[in-house]
Design a protein around this ligand. Structure first.
Ligand code: SF4
Length: 325
């Protein structure tokens, strides 16, 4: 599970990927779901069968009490084996140790770019002496910052950190203008990745530095991490009438009509459709029917019928709608 504990952060990085609904706002999201109550965090974790949580922001150190409560709550509910890692741009030893005492397993720092060439000035040495958590850096591979990134990797190695993760830089809704001003360009027409970021990250991974350096591409994040999460959630929320695709979306038949309950009764009586293959979708004001059933009977119904593909998220975002004609 990805738990964003606040959108607030003092760093103001020009490449910050946060969307406008999160950036600078004191909001909480668990995966794609806005959270108003701590119980909802646990419900979201259960809904995808989460085996671990990545706590992110903004900067979780901006609301350290809230973050500490979240770490404790997740460990208490899901046990020691629920792995928790956290991202922060602030190298604050006291906060890190406080969260370690609450159960945090791993911490990934992403200090502002101007510190990459002088990590020795931050209190990493003190932290490494006092903690037994895994500690790493997680930095965006800015194509024009090769030298600074090299220095950050070398410092991470000499300071005794455990790893460095390099992420492929991406355009997002929130950073597009600033990134364009910096002269960055899209890698191709089918992804949001920045030209030159992957090449630099791969080059840095191949350079011997005495520390493990990993690269995470934007396509891996989208296609593997997001897909895995969707599949887990779909498997938990799907009913007998739903088809789960290999991307983790759900396929269903949809009957648009004035009175879904009346239509449901008609399908049961005239077409022997079992109750478990139909659902009155109150939220969207329609009748849902197993897709394979609706495909058999739609041309005998006095309604507009569709095959719909949706995300298994709380807003059930519709990604495709095909009319049955
Ligand atoms: S530290 Fe992270 S959350 Fe804060 S502005 Fe930079 S990229 Fe955004």
């Amino acid at each position: 599970m990805v738990l964003l504990v606040t959108g607030r952060c003092g760093s103001g990085c020009y490449y910050c990927p946060l969307s406008d609904v999160k950036r600078g706002k004191d909001v909480i999201y668990a995966n794609e779901t806005r959270i108003f109550d701590r119980e909802e965090i646990l419900a979201e974790a259960r809904s995808i069968g989460a085996t671990g949580t990545g706590i992110t922001g903004g900067d979780p150190f901006h609301c350290i009490d809230r973050t500490e409560r979240a770490v404790r709550m997740l460990k208490e509910e899901f046990g020691e084996g629920h792995h928790i890692h956290l991202y922060t741009c602030t190298v604050d030893v006291q906060n890190a140790l406080r969260l370690e005492a609450a159960g945090l397993d791993e911490i990934r720092f992403h200090p502002r770019a101007e510190f990459w060439s002088k990590l020795d000035e931050l209190p990493f040495r003190e932290l490494m002496e006092k903690t037994s958590m895994r500690v790493g850096l997680e930095l965006p591979a800015l194509p024009d910052r090769e030298e600074d990134l090299r220095m950050a990797i070398d410092s991470a190695s000499s300071l005794g950190l455990d790893f460095v993760n390099l992420n492929e830089l991406e355009f997002s809704e929130g950073n597009y203008g600033m990134m364009e001003d910096m002269g960055y360009e899209l890698k191709d027409d089918i992804s949001a990745a920045v030209l030159g970021s992957e090449e630099l990250a791969r080059k840095l991974c191949d350079t011997s530095s005495g520390i493990a350096v990993h690269y995470c591409s934007s396509s891996f994040k989208d296609s593997v991490q997001l897909r895995r999460r969707l599949i887990r959630r779909a498997e938990r929320m799907a009913e007998e009438m739903d088809d789960i695709t290999e991307d983790g979306t759900i396929i269903k038949g949809v009957v648009e009509c004035e009175d879904p309950l009346e239509a449901m009764a008609m399908l049961a009586e005239d077409f022997d459709v079992p109750q478990e293959l139909m659902r009155h979708d109150v939220q969207k004001g329609r009748l849902e029917v197993a897709a394979w059933v609706l495909e058999e009977i739609f041309d005998e119904l006095p309604y507009r019928c569709y095959i719909v593909e949706e995300y298994p998220t709380s807003d059930r975002l519709e990604v495709e709608r095909m009319p049955l004609v």
